[in-house]
Each structure stands twice: as C-alpha cells, then as structure tokens.
Design a binder for this molecule. Structure first.
Ligand SMILES: Cc1cc2nc3c(=O)[nH]c(=O)nc-3n(C[C@H](O)[C@H](O)[C@H](O)COP(=O)(O)O)c2cc1C
Length: 169
C-alpha cells in the first residue's frame, strides 16, 4: 500500500542529530500550520506555539532538560502549549495537542527535515514559561526540536498488530 501520507508515517523517525543548516522561517510557519490543521474537539484549537531559533534562548531551554544536547544541536524549536483559557475538556484538549504535535512531526518529515518530540522537559515546564515570558495559563505540552538530519540511520520497532489487537468482531 503506498500513499504519501502512509509513507511519511512509516518513514518518520525521531531525529536527534542535526546539521548546521538553517531552517527558513517560512518552513517553520508551514510546519506550525500543519499542526493547526490537526483535529480538535469542537474545533476549539486550544494550541499555541513558540518558535525559537535564538541561540541564547535555545541554551536556556536546553538547561531545562536531560536532553539539552538535542536542544542545543537543533536549529529550531517549536514549543507547543495548551491555552488553558481556551480549553473545554482536559482529556480531549490534551488529545488534540498530541494530534497537533504528530502533524508537526509529519510536516517536518514531508519537508525533509528531522524532528523529535521532547517530553522530558515537561518536568520544568514552569521554568520554560518563565524563560519565554509566558503566563502560567499556557501549559507546555512538548518541545519539538527540528533541524536537517545529520543522518537517517535511526532504527525503531513496533509491536505487531496481532499483539495489540484485543478483539476483532
Ligand atoms: C510523549 C512523548 C515524549 C517523548 N519525549 C522524548 C524525550 O524527552 N526525549 C527524546 O529523545 N525522545 C522523546 N520522545 C521520542 C520517543 O522516544 C520516540 O518517539 C520513540 O522512541 C519511538 O521512536 P521513533 O519516533 O523514531 O519511531 C518522546 C515521544 C513522545 C510521544
């Protein structure tokens, strides 16, 4: 079975090593736009974004996670937040943010960029808000690190459908 969407889903790997090549602002906006086109409950679009390419700010964010080396190496970061003032149901809004982040990863893949979803940084999410000058009403969901892949040799594996399918009627 081939389709551009399925190919991107299966080809996408978490990329954690990047070249120095600059990502264009237009590309980052395209990636955010793909995030915005994710589905959300009631189409409430509770997500908000911060794009970071500034080296000093990137370093400050890097210090908030065990994966600081990835943040430093990345050419750009997209921090994805939920706007608490625009939420209507915690579970559904968090699910929507996950769909948004996955769209961001797939858009990066489609543009031949590499990306990784960073969640460990959430343990310091309030600190990240302070660094970015954001009110606590913005709840950090993930930081996506992006850049041109230094290589594409990452391997990953998934369980078989038969292991995960509970029932089939
Ligand atoms: C909620 C979530 C949090 C994650 N946090 C991190 C992280 O902090 N650091 C990291 O290197 N990768 C992180 N990842 C990436 C996963 O490790 C990765 O998706 C998984 O190992 C499967 O590999 P693949 O994306 O290459 O298929 C996270 C992924 C998700 C969905």
């Amino acid at each position: 079975m081939t389709s551009p969407v399925l190919e991107a889903i299966y080809r996408r790997r978490s990329i954690r090593e990047f070249t120095d090549k600059e990502i264009l602002r237009e590309q980052l906006h395209e990636i955010v736009k793909a995030g915005i086109w994710a589905p959300s409950g009631l189409n409430n679009q509770p997500w908000r974004f911060v794009i970071i390419q500034n080296r000093d700010l990137k370093e400050q964010v890097a210090l908030q996670t065990h994966y600081g080396h990835i943040v430093r190496d990345a050419n750009a970061l997209i921090a994805v937040f939920l706007s608490k003032d625009d939420m209507y149901d915690t579970v559904k809004d968090v699910q929507s943010s996950g769909a948004c982040i996955q769209n961001i990863l797939l858009a990066a893949e489609a543009l031949d960029l590499g990306a990784v979803w960073l969640g460990q940084i959430l343990k310091n999410k309030l600190e990240v808000n302070k660094i970015l000058g954001l009110a606590d009403s913005f709840d950090l969901m993930a930081v996506v690190a992006l850049g041109y892949p230094a290589h594409r040799s990452q391997k990953s594996r998934r369980k078989e459908v038969s292991e995960l399918l509970l029932k089939e009627f």
